[in-house]
Design a protein around this ligand. Structure first.
Ligand code: 1HN
Length: 366
């Protein structure tokens, strides 16, 4: 019996080797790898104090133009192999444009969003529409749109970029083209898409009735803030507290086919219940301070910090202030999971929906 097994395993090994030599394999071969559904990589946090000083240094080192197409500091998660993504599907970055500078126009298949952090008086030209940028504004750059940035103010402009670069890269679909001139010209007035689609509940009686890309390119902060406070008066999610998905006004769906955008308000003292889902996200702490407990590890955050939530990790949010609201902006890959029918979500059933805190991010990060 023992000899028979030895012969069998020798023969099996030889079978595997001969298969491999011809570019084949056996599905029953033992593989490492977790198929039990846990998070595939740990969370990561970028402190604003670090980002800010690197961004400042970048302004001393390069100017946008031939030397650096964009003055962008990428927030690369070291736990995500290869492509400098904040997660395996999304990049996050911080871009600065100083007074008088132009980040020259280009276009790429990857789609982008800008979430404005600081400054005023900057225009992003998106397919001929000059889009104004003020703190808290969300501006879309759909894939393959010509876009460039120009700062006409007297102060620096800083925003978060988030793109679907790792996803598009995995599909071998990253194409990019420079614009033949410095900036693509304005062919529409400032606020064109907002005038058409910005009311939220109406659209012009002419023009397209459906598109997977939002025809509204700018979502101003004043409207977002008002919406959060109105919703807070009447309802909230147990997992995300007062949270909105930015929507395509034609469809009510996501703003872009590959990137979902959320804004959420954690009311003073709120601790949400934990859940987990298939999607990953990159958060920017727009206001406030608190913690997100991810797979039992407490990750603290303050205003300006960014953090990446891996897919399938249990998570719950805490606003540490009992006086002030906390505001989190985030991008996610939910549109892709919904389109491919892969989305699943699960509430944390134990201890009234709260995880045991088994450690702090600080300890884990060493
Ligand atoms: C990009 O093209 C921009 O156009 C910003 O402003 C950030 C990060 C990674 C790859 C391309 C831009 C980017 C980027």
């Amino acid at each position: 019996m023992a000899i028979e097994q030895a012969v069998d395993s020798e023969r099996m090994e030889s079978f595997f080797r001969r298969l491999e030599a011809k570019g084949m394999d056996a599905l029953w071969r033992q593989r490492p790898g977790d198929r039990t559904g846990g998070a595939p990589f740990p969370p990561f946090r970028w402190r604003w104090s670090d980002i800010e000083s690197f961004v400042q240094e970048a302004t001393e080192l390069v100017r946008p133009g031939p030397q650096a197409e964009r003055r962008v500091v990428l927030l690369g998660n070291p736990h995500v192999p290869g492509n400098l993504g904040a997660t395996h599907t999304l990049t996050a970055a911080v871009q600065t444009v100083l007074p008088g500078e132009i980040a020259p126009s280009h276009r790429h298949t990857a789609a982008a969003i800008r979430w404005v952090l600081r400054g005023k008086g900057t225009i992003t030209m998106v397919d001929g529409e000059p889009c104004e940028m003020n703190p808290g504004d969300l501006v879309l750059t759909p894939g393959w749109c010509w876009h460039g940035h120009i700062n006409q103010s007297d102060g620096p402009m800083v925003w978060m970029d988030s793109l679907d670069v790792p996803l598009v890269g995995a599909l071998q679909a990253m194409l990019q083209e420079p614009y033949p001139d410095e900036l693509n010209p304005a062919t529409k007035p400032v606020g064109d898409s907002y005038a058409r689609y910005g009311s939220g509940s109406m659209r012009p009686v002419w023009g397209s009735t459906s598109s997977p890309i939002s025809p509204l390119l700018t979502f101003p902060w004043s409207q977002t803030e008002r919406a959060l406070h109105q919703l807070a008066k009447i309802d909230a999610s147990p997992f995300d507290d007062v949270a909105f998905q930015f929507t395509n006004p034609l469809t009510g769906g996501h703003v872009l086919p590959t990137i979902g955008c959320w804004i959420q308000m954690l009311r003073p003292g709120v601790r949400t219940q934990a859940h987990r889902h298939m999607t990953s996200a990159v958060y920017q702490v727009f206001r406030g301070r608190g913690s997100t407990i991810i797979d039992g590890v407490q990750l603290d955050w303050e205003e300006g910090d960014f953090f990446a939530l891996p897919p399938r990790a249990w998570h719950e949010h805490v606003n540490r202030s009992t006086e002030h609201e906390a505001l989190l902006f985030s991008t996610n890959d939910l549109p892709v999971f919904e389109a491919l029918n892969l989305y699943r979500e699960e509430p944390y059933a134990d201890r009234n929906g709260h995880q045991d805190v088994i450690g702090s991010y600080e300890e884990r990060a060493g």
